[in-house]
Design a protein around this ligand. Sequence first.
Ligand SMILES: [Ca+2]
Ligand SMILES: [Ca+2]
Ligand SMILES: [Ca+2]
Ligand SMILES: [Ca+2]
Length: 473
Amino acid sequence: MKSRILIGTFAAAGLALGVGQMTATAVPGDGGTSDTQVGTDVIVGAINGVSNYGTNTVNGVALYGYAFGTTSCNIGTAVLRWSQASSFHPVIPQNAYRIKNGRIEQIGMSWMKYGFCALQESLCATCQSGGVGCGSSQSTLGIGCSDPYGSSLNGSQSGLGPRSHVNASSGYFPGDTSAEIGTWPAMPSGQSLIARRIQIKADDLNPTLNVGAVYLAEAQYVHPDDAAANNDNNNASYIKVTVAASGYAMALSGSTFQQKPAIYHWAQVVPTVAYSVVDMADGRFIVGYNVSLNSNGTYHYEYAIYNMNSDSSGSSFSVPIPAGVTVTNATFKDIAYHSNEVYDGTDWTILNSGGQLVWQCTQTFAQNANANALRFGTLYNFAFDANSAGVTGNTALGVFKTGASIAVRGLVPATPCRVGDLDCNGIIDGADLGSLLANWGPCPGGTPGCPGDLNNNGIVDGADLGTMLANWG
Ligand SMILES: [Ca+2]
Ligand SMILES: [Ca+2]
Ligand SMILES: [Ca+2]
Ligand SMILES: [Ca+2]
C-alpha cells in the first residue's frame, strides 16, 4: 500500500505546475525522509498518549477537550536548539481527524504547545553526544536523540500559545517571554476543561452517529532551525485512536505513522483516493481527491486540502465545469478556531458560474489579514455532485497573501458527449449509427437509457434515429 501511494503521489505531483507569480515544484509527498538530509531535522517520532479532559458546553454545543503527547526526534546531522524564552525551540500544534462515509475531515485543533527543554532519549536512534538537557537555559536536542512531552504537558493550558503568533513556513514565533505571553488572548470563561486544547463536538464523537468512523490524532513540530534547513515537510505524524462510548475517551490504537500527516490515511480507508502535492515558495499543501458513483447515477467529487506549513495560506479553490454538466450539492467544511484566537471563521462562498465552480474566502488578505484562510495545520473539505464522470485535469488553489493561483492536478468533470455520439469520439458517424441499429427495439428489461435510447424512453426507435441524424457529423 505504501509503495502504491508513493507512486500515485509522484505521478500526480509531477504534473502539478505553477501559474501566476508563484512557483510550484513537484516532489513525492508522503514524507519518510528529510528533504536535505543535513542540518537539524526534528520529527514526531511517536504520539505517546492521550489526555481526556471532559466536556464544556459553548453556545449550546457540547465540546470535548483532548491533548496528545508527542515524542520528538532529531534525525538530522546537527543539534536542535531548544531554548525557552527565545524563538529557538519547537512549538507543537495538535489536530484530530475523522474518516467516515468516504471523507476525511478535521474535527479538532489545539493551540501550540511551547516546548521548554529537551531530554536526551533514544526512541528513533542512538542518542549521540552534543545535546544539552533540561536544567540549562541553552538546552538542545542532540543528534539522534528524542524528547518526550506527555499528553498532560501538551494539554497544560498556560503553556499553549495561539497559532496566530506562529509562522509555520519560517518556524518563527516571538520567544515566550512574559511580555509575549501577556499578549496571548485570555482564556474564555466557562471553558476550563477545553480552552486552548483540542476541542471536538460531541456529535463528531458519538458512536451511534459515527458508525464505522476511523479517528486520527496528528501532531507537528515547528522550529526555525528545521525550517531553515529545509527539513520541515516531514514534521507531522499521526496515529489511529479509538473513541469510547462512555465519555468519548480516546485511546491510542497501533503505532505512529512517522513523518506523514493524517490526510495520507484517507487512501488507507478509501483506496481510490489520490494526492497532489503542491510546494509553494513558502510551504506545502497536500490535496487529496476522490470521485465515486452515487446511487442515482451522478458522481460525487470529494476534495480535502491540507495546508502543512504555508504561511501564504489558501483562500480559494476552483474546479472547471464544462458546458452541459449539472452540479448539485456543493458543500464547504472548515474547522473552527477557538479560545479567543483572532482568526475569522466565516464559511467560504460557493459559486458555479462561467465554467468554474469556485469556493472563495469572503475577504482578501488586504481586506482582513485574519480572514478565514486555509492556514497551516488545517484541512478544509470541498465537495459536489455532477452528472459527469471524473477525468484528470487542473483545479486551481488561490493563495491568500499573494493573490496568486496554483494549478493542482485532480479529477474534474469530463466534457459530456454530444447526443448521439454513442462512442464519445467527437463525431457522429456510421459507427454510432451501427450501434443504434444494433440496439433497435426495447431496451433490455425496459430500462431507459440503453445505448441508442437518446430520449431516454426505454426504446430505441425512429425518434432516436431522427435525433442522431439531426446531429450528424
Ligand atoms: Ca523536520
Ligand atoms: Ca466556518
Ligand atoms: Ca462517434
Ligand atoms: Ca428512445
